[in-house]
Design a binder for this molecule. Structure first.
Ligand SMILES: [Mg+2]
Length: 196
């Protein structure tokens, strides 16, 4: 299957805890390729998101493998891998490039179609998963990026993503939108340009 719109996720969740083992099993998923920043840990911080820690434990108990697939360096991922006891991980993945999708699937002992991607960025996590033709799960970001270097980049990225949230809502009859803490950091003109 060729996915026509690469930015458009297959499915969206507001909270990581909504992604249950039952839901994943219903999609034939046995392993999750997982982003780090704003998915498992707060962006630019070492602290794990409490919900994410609970979710990793839930996956572990259900026998669903979790593999960190991060574009960040090892030094950023190390505290997260350690705190969560993550067994599978790969840093500097260059998502959406296709270098690691197959390799990580094999490393987990799984087959194509048995893994999905979970992340908070359409440009990297969702586009990469769609190109790899695996289930793409978009998770609402927890907080706006705090790293001063990335802040302006993300003002544009979140504006683009919001247009795809609107497109997703129109296709699926849903009402997904960024939480107030994200919209508070976005530019007024970008919010006005995309009215739900
Ligand atoms: Mg992220």
């Amino acid at each position: 299957m060729i996915k026509e719109e690469l930015y458009l996720p297959d499915v969206i969740f507001n909270s990581i805890l909504e992604i249950t083992p039952e839901y994943l099993a219903s999609q034939g998923i046995k392993g999750v390729l997982c982003d780090t920043d704003n998915t498992l840990a707060y962006d630019n911080r070492k602290e794990i998101i409490p919900e994410a820690a609970e979710w990793v434990k839930m996956m572990d108990e259900a026998g669903i493998k979790v593999c960190i697939m991060s574009n960040a360096y090892w030094v950023r991922n190390y505290p997260v891998v350690k705190a969560l006891g993550i067994k599978y991980y790969q840093t500097r993945c260059h998502k959406p490039r296709q270098i690691y999708y197959e390799k990580l699937t094999k490393r987990m002992g799984l087959k194509h179609g048995e893994v999905c991607m979970l992340g908070d960025q359409m440009k990297t996590d969702i586009v990469g998963a769609n190109r790899a033709d695996i289930l793409s799960i978009y998770l609402m970001p927890y907080a706006f990026e705090t790293n001063p270097f990335y802040k302006n980049i993300f003002k544009k990225r979140r504006a683009i993503e919001r247009k795809y949230l609107k497109m997703y809502n129109e296709l699926h009859g849903t009402q997904f939108d960024f939480p107030p803490q994200i919209k508070a950091e976005m530019r007024e003109e970008d919010l006005k340009e995309c009215v739900f």
